[in-house]
Design a protein around this ligand. Structure first.
Ligand code: CA
Length: 509
């Protein structure tokens, strides 16, 4: 594949409601040939396994420079990287719910409206959105969600009501189930009957649940701390059973497996407790995550489905440094809750045995909102994308499938709650608004440390020369200003025709 320059190349308009994208003719042809070859060989459309972890850093796996170097070897993730395509510029949003909603809808948070995580039974979620499982379901896929949800506890936003055939997991976020039960963090609640009752009466469900399409969710078990430490094991078992069951069926499937680990607070399963060289709960949990992906891949192999399944592995945001040392590694600036690279640059591994060439790495931009259009591209039904709303994602099928492929995306747009923050193109990033990354303890947008800073003059960083974003390079690089200004103008201009949406802090629906 020839070299390619994102900054110097124009995109192609697709439709008024779709993000313009590059069209690399050679790789489109190569990817189509590979899809056809798979279909002819296997007689079915590809399954899609999304394995999404929580608060795991870009650098935690060995293949990203962590692993044994940081006291938690990750042989399974590293092997997957060697057997597929390792993305070094995969972007989530700054925190859990915005990222998950973006992955499931193909839209930036200022469109789907989940600007920050809903907490303790707060109303608002995915209701009213068109989701990837809905579209894949309409295309004949069996759709299964397992594990953490956290894109709305209200009935209309629950997985079984937004396109999944079945859901087994919890609806909110790990710390909400455990932190008020732990005397180390909340002695003033644990040792007070009145406050314990007060928390128990908050309007969130303290159990993990099971739900079937269109039906009310039923409680499986209350998530006490001992139960919490077993959740990833229970959820892995549920997903391996699903994979085994699907081996006997003709339909292709989507499995959206979201782990509990390694969100604070980590209480590893006893099999992993103290087993990492670091002997630390977060690191033990990374070992558990590695073992779980190993089991899922092995189940695919044993059931003859490895050649039929695209696996995407990632994390929903950077490490949560407010809870250090129950968090870990990013080599970039800042962490979860910010739009500096440490908040949003996440691991991204793609493997599809026999169709994605092994041993590849790319720094091409891949955005969580690309997952939905790419899933439709892979199953041969790109026409199913909605036309009544703006879709920010682009179909990255040819980037992933053609050996040495280039990203079809020109820009990554960084949003910090309702604030447009920054734009990346090629190796450059222009920053207009960002969180301060001092540790002054101010609660910033979305509930994370830092105050919002609006720069009177934009800053420009070269992410290859300066991955920690500490040297403003603007004065020497004014030649690039127009590329960035026109990219920002076009993006913000789409909100005139497709107005932004806000679903949190609104009355219950
Ligand atoms: Ca998260």
């Amino acid at each position: 594949m020839q070299s390619f320059d994102a900054i110097a190349t124009a995109t192609v308009a697709k439709a008024p409601n779709l993000e313009p994208a590059f069209e690399h003719a050679g790789q489109i042809k190569e990817a189509a040939a590979r899809l056809t070859a798979h279909k002819n060989r296997r007689k079915k459309r590809p399954n899609i396994l999304v394995f999404l972890m929580d608060d795991v850093g870009w650098g935690d796996f060995g293949c990203y420079g962590g692993g044994v170097a940081v006291g938690a070897p990750t042989p399974n993730f590293d092997k997957i990287a060697r057997n597929g395509l390792q993305l070094t510029s995969c972007y989530s949003e700054p925190s859990c719910s915005p990222s998950r909603a973006t992955l499931l809808t193909g839209r930036v948070p200022n469109r789907h409206g989940l600007h920050r995580p809903p907490m303790y039974g707060e109303a608002g979620g995915l209701q009213g959105e068109v989701t990837m499982p809905q579209l894949l379901s309409a295309a004949g896929y069996v759709t299964q969600a397992v594990g953490k949800w956290h894109v709305g506890e209200n009935a209309a936003s629950q997985p079984q009501n937004v396109g999944f055939d079945d859901f087994y997991g919890f609806l909110s976020v790990s710390d909400m189930y455990s932190e008020w039960r732990d005397p180390h963090y909340f002695p003033e609640i644990v040792y007070s009957e009145a406050r314990t009752k007060w928390v128990e009466n908050m309007p969130f469900n303290r159990c993990f649940v099971h739900a079937k399409r269109g039906q009310e969710a039923t409680n499986v078990e209350e998530v006490t701390i001992p139960v919490l430490s077993l959740l990833d094991e229970k959820w892995c078992q549920y997903s391996t059973d699903f994979i085994k069951g699907m081996a006997k069926k003709d339909e292709p499937w989507l499995l959206y497996h979201c782990t509990r680990g390694a969100h604070f607070d980590n209480y590893p399963h006893e099999k992993f407790l103290g087993q990492s060289p670091a002997r630390h709960p977060y690191k033990d949990t990374i070992l558990e995550m590695d073992a779980i992906i190993g089991r899922l891949v092995e189940t695919l192999r044993e059931t003859g489905q490895l050649e039929d399944t695209l696996i995407f592995i990632s994390s929903d945001n950077g490490p949560h440094m407010e809870t250090w040392p129950d968090s870990a590694f990013t080599p970039f600036r800042c962490a979860k809750g910010s739009t500096w690279e440490g908040g949003v640059r996440v691991p991204g591994l793609m493997m599809w045995q026999g169709t994605i060439e092994p041993g590849q790495q790319s720094d091409g931009i891949f955005d969580f909102n690309d997952v939905m259009p790419t899933a439709l591209g892979l199953c041969g039904e790109p026409g199913r994308l909605p036309t009544d709303r703006y879709i920010d994602g682009v179909d990255q099928t040819s980037f992933l499938l053609a050996p040495g492929g280039h990203s079809n995306r020109k820009f990554h747009y960084y949003w910090l709650t309702t604030n447009f923050s920054a734009l990346r193109c090629g190796e450059y990033k222009m920053v207009l608004t960002a969180t301060s990354d001092d540790d002054a303890g101010h609660a910033g947008p979305g509930g994370f440390t830092g105050t919002l800073e609006r720069y009177p003059y934009a800053r420009l960083y070269n992410l290859w020369l300066d991955p920690k974003e500490t040297h403003n390079y603007m004065t020497r690089k004014l030649t690039y200003v127009d590329v960035f200004q026109s990219g920002i103008r076009s993006h913000l201009g789409t909100f005139k025709r497709f107005p932004p949406k806000k679903v949190l802090g609104q009355p219950a629906s």
